[in-house]
Write a protein that binds this ligand. Structure first.
Ligand SMILES: Nc1nc2c(ncn2[C@@H]2O[C@H](COP(=O)(O)OP(=O)(O)OP(=O)(O)O)[C@@H](O)[C@H]2O)c(=O)[nH]1
Ligand SMILES: [Mg+2]
Length: 339
């Protein structure tokens, strides 16, 4: 059954992968600090005597589309400002460590061992032998019980997966973006599954983009990961706001829905959406809002280079990621960034 679904997705990829899309150069020259997601209106009132003008100016810069994070998620409670602060603190202080890149599912650390172990335990007569091999209270190898929750970022080539991943793990005061997940103007840049350990609490898995310049093997690898990786707790499907929801995105949503893969949808590059009315209509017409799984729709734009824009929605996404891993308030990273 699962095999069948995986084939359906690959067929969809095959038929859509001919499509090409424009990759526009980003030319933006505003450099400003990220706004806190805290209740800005309250802040303006409280501080109006001293810094009213400045805050009003900042509040008026919040882009119109940011409101969609409320409008399209009425079935979900918004994270509280203390949850937002706590997740910001976690990601800003947690040390992000690149761990591995693989081109084959079985090369993911632990997967070969797991397969071996599972094959052995299906035959109960092997139990005595296993106890001998892995002595102690449990005979499950350490490598298999030491997993962290994993979240993965999916989407078409060039949608901004690597860039968003960098934004999530980087404090804006630290200008060294692009250090961890490599981002590129060239579509089809990421070719492997890449793992990043965030403060020893969660792993982020960057995936190769579907579609333009991606091979079927890359699609296969991601599909296998989605279906079989036990540590995977939530997938975030990225859709470019600029390009809107395409056939391939719908095929992936269908695939995840039918196979019970829990997912949320993240709209990226919202700063590049010219016509918000059209954009909103396209969401209404897409059927996303009628999905029985009711995924969250998260609207974001990333900080893309030293000279390029400010980011919105990143702190909201940070909080949702921790929530989906069962990690939230008061969470401390066990490995901190070096100052
Ligand atoms: N304006 C704007 N540009 C963005 C944003 N996010 C990413 N980009 C740009 O889009 C391009 C592609 O970004 P990547 O992060 O490499 O995209 P990807 O999805 O990882 O691409 P593949 O690895 O090829 O699948 C880069 O030039 C980024 O700078 C955004 O929010 N706004
Ligand atoms: Mg990438």
């Amino acid at each position: 059954m699962k095999k069948l679904q995986s084939k359906t997705l690959l067929d969809a990829i095959r038929s859509v992968s001919q499509n090409t899309f424009n990759v526009k150069t980003i030319v933006q020259n505003t450099k400003v600090n990220e706004l806190q997601l805290n209740d800005t209106s309250k802040k303006i009132t409280r501080k109006s005597l001293q810094a009213g003008k400045k805050l009003k100016k900042e509040a008026s810069k919040i882009p119109g589309w940011y409101e969609y994070n409320k409008v399209f998620n009425i079935n979900y409670d918004e994270p509280t400002s203390s949850e937002i602060n706590s997740s910001n603190h976690f990601f800003n202080s947690a040390d992000t460590k690149y761990e591995w890149s693989v081109g084959n599912f079985t090369d993911i650390p632990g997967e070969k061992l797991r397969k071996k172990y599972e094959a052995r335990t299906t035959n109960s007569s092997n139990e005595a032998g296993l106890k001998k091999k892995y002595p102690g209270k449990t005979y499950v190898p350490f490598e298999l019980v030491n997993g962290l929750p994993e979240v993965t970022f999916l989407g078409k080539s060039n949608v901004g997966k690597s860039t968003l991943l960098n934004n999530l793990t980087t404090d804006l005061k630290n200008s060294a973006l692009n250090v961890f997940a490599k981002a590129s103007k060239r579509a089809g840049f990421t070719k492997t599954l890449n793992s990043f350990n965030i403060g020893n609490r969660v792993r982020f898995i960057d995936t190769p983009g579907y579609g333009y310049r991606s091979s079927l093997e890359q699609g296969d690898l991601t599909t296998e990961y989605l279906l079989h990786r036990k540590e995977l707790v939530r997938s975030f499907l990225l859709i470019s706001g600029e390009q809107g929801i395409g056939e391939l995105d719908k095929a992936i949503i269908d695939f995840m829905h039918q196979n019970g893969v829990p997912f949320e949808i993240v709209f990226t590059k919202m700063d590049k959406v010219d016509n918000l009315v059209k954009f909103r209509e396209s969401i209404d017409e897409s059927g996303l809002l009628n999905l029985p799984t009711l995924p969250r729709l998260i609207f974001t734009n990333a900080y893309t280079s030293k000279t390029c824009s400010k980011r919105y929605g990143v702190d909201l996404l940070r909080s949702i990621i921790l929530q989906s891993c069962g990690l939230q308030s008061g969470l401390k990273s066990s490995r901190k960034k070096q100052k």
